[in-house]
Ligand binder design. Structure first.
Ligand code: EPZ
Length: 419
């Protein structure tokens, strides 16, 4: 078992460079199944979710060459099976993108129900509704999803809720379908635009990604033979921005798209932090104790649920009582119990949590329940007095590349220890 041992408090100072976005990468990789040929993807984060995505593609018949730790060339000419490996697909959430991509490529797929962070119920009814409206038959039996289509045909699909996964999955299935598909009430996250940009670079005809209506004109084939660079990770950038505020530090966060960070910038200014937007980098600093603020998580461009726990650390140290309303996931306050072990005063009731700010947190052994909870506990450990041990690192390694090394470079006293 591994743990991170952090000795605080340390104000983080210096420069950090943001990697490619996990949630774009885990969709772009299956999207390569729609190409009958080769393409190169760079700025890929070197994280376990990306490695598992690559293993699944290899099991389906793709050939992958790692040119560098952050770049692969992938040849999807010979896809040899329509059965995805159940053991691998159940390891993470984004394995559901295999369904849309393989329906488009092979007209058929058998895949295990997706795994991933335990954030409460994570239904995929909107994905299935979209596939069915495109002409597929979908059945779910004993934890396995079977999807089949003789011919996918474009259709108008209204999403009952705004879903990142369903929007991307239906987009994947409709790229090679006959005719036009319109996705209404689509999600608008930067990674949706990135997947559409990737597919368009390879010859697809997708318009409107980033708005709530996406129009996909089906094309006969995608050509490959191109290189694509994954968009910088909005959530990773936000994680370091909030780490700068929680530790009363001063960070320059490089390689980010600052427009994607507007909702985070707004909240940092509201709690008394400072933000300087330099186009492709952002400086965040905070000299005093943050003040209280209320947050409601919302689909993009609202405040992202994937930064709610990291913001929770800032608010647990703020002057005054703050309220966070989590509107996306049923169960994303598990980290608050761990922060309370460190001296925080948080009461979580269903989808709402009350943060009675304390002036200091104190080191303690804590357990990450999911990826972003893990990031929050690291930030808390760096801000806290004394020694914090963070356990369950497998969650954190799913989404952050070399997390301890990158925090160490900006001053954190943090070590990964094997027990
Ligand atoms: C994506 O999950 C991200 N994962 C999550 O990131 C992120 O929290 C979430 O979007 C919201 O931004 C990936 O991109 C791999 P949704 P996804 O479909 O696509 C409900 C992280 O830490 N819903 O947008 O699974 C659902 O229950 C993670 O990086 C349905 O009811 O999320 C939720 O309440 C964790 N039916 C809401 O919609 C459906 O068919 C939004 O979910 C689909 C979703």
């Amino acid at each position: 078992m591994e743990k991170l041992v952090i000795t605080g408090p340390t104000p983080l100072k210096g420069e950090v460079t943001i990697n490619g976005a996990k949630n774009a990468a885990v969709a772009i990789l299956p999207a390569t199944l729609l190409i009958n040929g080769t393409c190169t993807i760079n700025n890929l984060p070197n994280i376990s979710d990306v490695k598992i995505s690559c293993e699944i593609l290899e099991k389906l018949g793709a050939k992958i060459t790692w040119n560098t730790p952050n770049e692969i060339t992938i040849d999807t000419t010979n896809i040899s099976t329509t059965k995805a490996p159940l053991d691998l697909t159940s390891k993470f959430r984004a394995s559901y993108y295999i369904i849309g991509a393989m329906l488009g490529r092979m007209g058929e797929i058998e895949v295990g129900m997706p795994g991933g962070c335990k954030l409460g119920a994570r239904p995929i009814d909107q994905h299935i509704k979209g596939f069915e409206l495109l002409g597929a038959e979908v059945t779910v039996e004993k934890g396995t999803i079977y999807a089949k289509a003789n011919k996918l045909k474009g259709n108008n699909i209204y999403m009952d809720i705004v879903s990142v996964g369903a929007t991307i999955n239906v987009m994947l299935a409709s790229v090679l379908a006959e005719g036009t598909t319109i996705i209404d009430n689509a999600a608008k996250e930067p990674h949706i635009v990135d997947v559409a940009n990737f597919l368009n670079t390879m010859g697809a005809d997708i318009r409107g990604a980033g708005t709530d209506v996406i129009k996909i004109n089906g094309v006969k084939s995608l050509h490959g033979d191109a290189t694509y660079s994954v968009v910088p990770d909005q959530i990773e950038a936000g994680t370091f921005m909030l780490a700068a505020v929680a530790t009363k530090g001063d960070l320059i966060i490089k390689n980010c798209i600052t427009k994607h960070l507007d909702s985070i910038t707004a909240k940092i200014l509201e709690v008394g932090g400072n933000v300087e937007d330099n186009g492709d980098s952002i400086r965040v600093w905070c000299k005093k104790r943050p003040t209280k603020a209320n947050i409601k998580t919302l689909p993009y461009p609202g405040f992202p649920t994937d930064l709610q726990p990291q913001m929770g650390v800032v608010l647990s140290l703020a002057d005054g009582t703050s309220i966070i309303n989590e509107s996306i996931w049923e169960s994303r306050f598990q980290y608050t119990e761990e922060l309370n072990k460190m001296g925080a005063k948080i009461t979580a009731q269903g989808k709402t949590a009350f943060f009675e700010g304390v002036p200091k947190l104190y080191g303690a052994p804590v357990y990450s329940s999911d990826l972003r909870a893990g990031a929050a506990l690291i930030i808390a450990g760096i801000a806290a007095n004394g020694v914090t041990e963070v356990y369950n690192l497998e969650h954190i390694d799913r989404g952050y590349e070399n997390i301890e090394e990158r925090f160490r470079k900006i001053g954190a006293k943090i070590e990964r220890i094997k027990e």
